[in-house]
Structure formats: C-alpha cells, structure tokens
Design a protein around this ligand. Structure first.
Ligand SMILES: Cc1cc2nc3c(=O)[nH]c(=O)nc-3n(C[C@H](O)[C@H](O)[C@H](O)COP(=O)(O)OP(=O)(O)OC[C@H]3O[C@@H](n4cnc5c(N)ncnc54)[C@H](O)[C@@H]3O)c2cc1C
Length: 503
C-alpha cells in the first residue's frame, strides 16, 4: 500500500513535534497536522499590538548543556541532534512565592541560597529541610544517569537495567513514593508542609501527597542544576525550532489543518480525515490530542470511548494577557511569581494566582517602555457554559472576573490596574477553542495514591495508534511532554524497524 507518510502526527504541540522531529531526523517521512495557524499548543506565542505573549508555559527546564544528561536536558540535546540553534536566557529564580503571613520564598538557582531562605524561617527544621530536598537530589542523580527511552520498549528497559542495576532498582522503588509522604518523613512543621504542597501545586496542580516523588525529583532538583532558561523571542521559539528541524530533514508540518477523524480499518489506525474531507494514510498515527479528545471525539467508534473519570481531570484556566507601563513592574521584580492569600483556599478555583513578566528577561517581547504580564488562575468551563454564544453577558462577566484578578495581583504589583495598555482575558472556553483540549483542561492527572507508572504510556488500545503529550507518562509540563515525545519516537521507530539512537 502506498502511504501518504510513514507517520502521521495529529497536533503540533511540543509532544507531537518532538516525536515528529526525532522520527524525521532518523529518516522516517512524517506529516504533522495542526489545526491552528501556528505550532506549539500551550507552548505557543501570540502577538498583539507590539507585544509577544506566551499562550501558557513560560518556566522552562532542559536547556542546559550539562555534562550530566540522562533523561534531563532534553531540549538542548534534541536541538543539537536537529542542528537547530535556539538561544535562551538563564532565569535566576524559578518562582518567587508570596504566601500567607508574609512568608516569601524566592527559589534561587543556587540551591544553598534557596535552602537558607527556608532554614531562616524554620531553623528548627533545618535537618528535615536538608533531608527532604536531598531525596529529590537522589532522584535527579538517578535520572541524569539513565538514558531517555520508552518504558514499553523491552530492549531499552533490559539494556538500562543490565547496565545500571542499582540505579534502575532504586528508581523502581521511588516510583511508589509520593512527594508529600516523603516530606512528612522528615518535616513536622505545618506551615513548612504547606510550602511543600505549594511547591508541588505550582506545576502539578495537586498537593504534594498526590504528586509522585519521581516527577518532583525533576522539577524541584533540576532547577538548581540545568536551571530555568527562557527562549529568546518567547515560548513559541521552541515549537518554531522543532518545525525548522522537521522541515530541514524533509518532513511536513501542515498548519490550519483540523483532523476530524482517526480512520480505522480492520482494527488498526490507517490514517486521518481532515475537516475538509481529505484522507491521509500512514504506517503509524500519533495523537497529540488529550486522551478524551482522541478516544471520544477523533475515533468515531464508541467501543474505544474513555470515561471522563478514568483519570482525574485537572481544571482549566482563566488567563490575563496584559501589556503594561514598565513603571508598574519594578526592575528587581523576579520573572515568575505564585501568590496565595489564604492556605484554606489555595486549591479552590481561582485560589492561587500565577504571574510572569518574561519581558524582564527578553525586552523584545514588549514595546519600549512597556512590559508583558501574564497572570492565570484555575477555572472550570461549566462556569462559562451559559455564555457560550459569547454575547455581551459573557464579555461583561469576563471583564469583571479579570479585573478582580488584576486587583488581587496588585498585592505584589501595586498600580497595575492603572498601568494597563492592553488587557486580553481568556476563559476555559478560549482554551478549549484554541487548544482543542477537552473542557480546556490542563489534562488528566493520577488519582491520589496511584503510581506514576499508571499514567498511560505511548501505546494505545488501537493497533498502530500511539499517544503523546500530557495525557501520557510522565504528565504535564513542557519538559515532561518532551520526554513523552522522545519515548514515543523511540517506541515507534523500533516498531518500524529502525530504532533511534539514544540522545
Ligand atoms: C496557563 C498554562 C501555563 C503553563 N505553564 C507552564 C510552565 O510554565 N512550564 C511548563 O513546563 N509547562 C507549563 N504548562 C504546561 C505545558 O504548557 C503543557 O503541559 C504542554 O505544553 C502540553 O503539550 P502537549 O504536547 O501535550 O499538547 P498541547 O500543547 O495541548 O498541544 C496539542 C496541539 O494539538 C493540536 N490539536 C489537537 N487536536 C487536533 C486536531 N484534531 N487536529 C489538529 N490539531 C489538533 C492543538 O491545536 C495543539 O496545538 C502550562 C500550561 C498552561 C495552560
């Protein structure tokens, strides 16, 4: 059979693009369809009146040219393999936390400097603080020694296990541990344990007890090694670089192409049908859509349906994209902030405010004398469903809620409301519409107590259909979906008879 390509990828998010780029570089013909006119999904940039806004992500791991690599520093090594250069700017503080009772913690790149901020507030917990963060270092040490590959690839797992028996065994044991339970082994102070919770919530949208220790070991340790680095030109520079790599090796990324159906024949994924009716076929199809969108929308046969509650559905977001007078953002303001007013409410919808001002690192993102401020809080689509027709009521409700978040943000950026030149507000309906994500959700999460290995890998219940992105192991976050892209490309390449070399 003459196929349109070896591999078709549905969606040009970071997961899909990473898989496509590695497969294409290996010599497979890839064809990626993206419904938007720009790639990147939640890690895209958009442009408005001279400002460059990050759609979602702006805290980035994985760009260090470290001597220690393993499953870490994946962006740097992927771009090196593709021969594409991507300039980044080091961010000296991962997140600056503003917590109840005047408790403030800037998480400095320098680990000891960060720990000393915690120790100065909790001197009685010094031993516990050091022991807990050392546990995260131990995970980091293991992951930086083991190569990235697919856990479904028997050859890879066997090779890694034989070459690194001690580390593989230690990692297997750690997959059964949660970040919160580990913290409770060493730390007793209730306020400090709340801090551990917000350290987890800030990227996992779950408290520490619900968060696997292994995931925490990447996010909370690598920030002090490879560090946080921001791409020059905004988050969209990452998908742009991946597209450059794909095209350089002869692959195609087709923008403005909405995949309406995954075509099944004789129980296998044969290809895709676009909304304009065109059909394309391939030896393998990779879906970068969420698990609910892939199985309940793109596959028309209901036998494959996935109930919503098979996973814990993370909430969506209400987002504020602001262009502001530079005077409202102090020069020594850190780039990323998390603001919690009340420990009782931080997990409620809207309870925690995330704020970033990336033009402090890259002034090209805003006109001269201005800054970009991106703020967001958790939200649910149901709250906005009544306004689906987007009439004046929707606009009024959106403005009122957005203005209330601006007012709360004034706690750390006084004068913000009066300094606004541009304000764009986006509800969960906007996320669903632009990102094609079920209910605009941040994605499926594990239920508390589940093992990280219970997150679906790349194979699916349909032959020759694979999944990539934040519905798959290890989960949400740009570096995590990049890992899923590496793992997916590794597995698919072996199925197609030409396994990838390790990065
Ligand atoms: C507000 C916000 C802030 C965040 N902050 C950070 C952060 O600071 N650091 C971090 O690491 N992570 C952050 N994240 C998470 C991170 O952005 C995501 O986990 C990651 O980008 C998801 O990548 P993905 O490949 O799974 O899919 P997505 O980004 O969802 O991309 C999927 C792509 O597929 C396309 N698509 C879907 N269905 C179809 C179809 N049928 N046909 C054609 N195209 C289709 C979509 O249009 C989209 O472009 C944030 C996310 C949000 C929303």
């Amino acid at each position: 059979m003459a196929y349109s390509a070896d591999v078709i990828v549905i969606g040009a998010g970071i997961g899909g693009l990473t898989a496509a780029a590695l497969l294409q570089e290996k010599g497979f013909a890839t064809l990626t369809f993206e419904k938007n006119n720009y790639p990147g999904g939640s890690c895209a940039s958009f442009f408005h009146r001279g400002y460059t806004f990050d759609v979602g992500a702006s805290v980035f791991y994985g760009f260090a040219e470290a001597e220690r690599s393993g499953t870490l520093n994946l962006h740097a090594r992927i771009f090196e393999r593709l021969g594409v250069s991507l300039a980044t700017i080091p961010d000296p503080v991962q997140i600056h936390y503003h917590l109840p009772d005047g408790f403030e913690v800037p998480v400095f790149y320098e680990r000891e400097r960060f720990l000393s901020v915690l120790i100065s507030r909790f001197p009685h917990e010094e031993k516990g603080i050091r022991a807990f963060y050392q546990e995260l270092e131990a995970v980091y040490d293991i992951l930086s020694a083991l190569p990235a590959g697919s856990l479904e690839d028997f050859v890879h797992v066997l090779q890694v296990g034989v070459k690194n028996p001690g580390k593989t065994m230690a990692l297997a044991v750690k997959t059964f541990k949660s970040m919160g339970e580990t913290a409770r082994k060493y730390i007793k102070d209730a306020e400090l344990l709340k801090f551990v919770d917000i350290e987890s919530y800030s990227w996992a949208v779950q408290d520490a007890v619900s968060t696997p220790l292994v995931n925490a070991g990447i996010c909370l340790a690598d920030r002090h090694h490879g560090g946080i680095n921001y791409p020059v030109g905004g988050s969209g520079a990452i998908p742009a670089g991946l597209c450059e790599g794909i095209r350089k090796f002869g692959g195609a990324v087709e923008l403005g192409c909405d995949v309406e159906e995954i075509v099944l024949k004789d129980g296998r994924a044969e290809g895709v049908r676009l909304s304009n009716g065109e059909v394309f076929t391939a030896k393998a199809v990779i879906s970068n859509a969420t698990v609910w969108d892939t199985f309940n929308r793109l596959i028309k046969k209901t036998d494959y349906n996935v109930p919503e509650d098979r996973f814990l559905r993370a909430p969506s977001w209400f987002q504020l994209y602001l262009g502001v007078d530079a005077g409202a953002v102090p020069e020594d303001f850190h780039v990323h902030h998390v603001l919690v007013d009340d420990w009782e409410r931080y997990q409620e919808l809207g309870g925690t405010i995330y704020i970033s001002a990336p033009s402090l690192l890259d002034p090209s993102l805003a006109p001269v004398g201005k800054h970009v401020v991106h703020a967001f809080v958790t939200d649910e689509m149901d709250r906005w469903d009544n306004y689906k027709k987007r009439g004046s009521d929707y606009k009024t409700a959106k403005e009122a809620y957005g203005d209330s978040v601006v007012q709360r943000t004034e706690k750390i950026l006084p004068g913000l409301a009066d300094a606004l030149e541009v304000k764009l507000f986006a509800t969960p309906l906007t996320s669903q519409r632009y990102l094609n994500r079920y209910k605009g959700s941040y994605g499926p999460l594990l239920y508390p107590g589940q093992n990280v290995l219970q997150k679906p890998q790349n194979r699916t219940s349909v032959k020759d259909l694979y999944a990539v992105g934040d519905s798959t192991f290890p989960g949400q976050g740009v570096i995590a979906v990049t890992y899923s892209g590496v793992s997916c490309a590794s597995y698919v390449s072996r199925q197609l008879g030409e396994p990838l070399e390790y990065l």
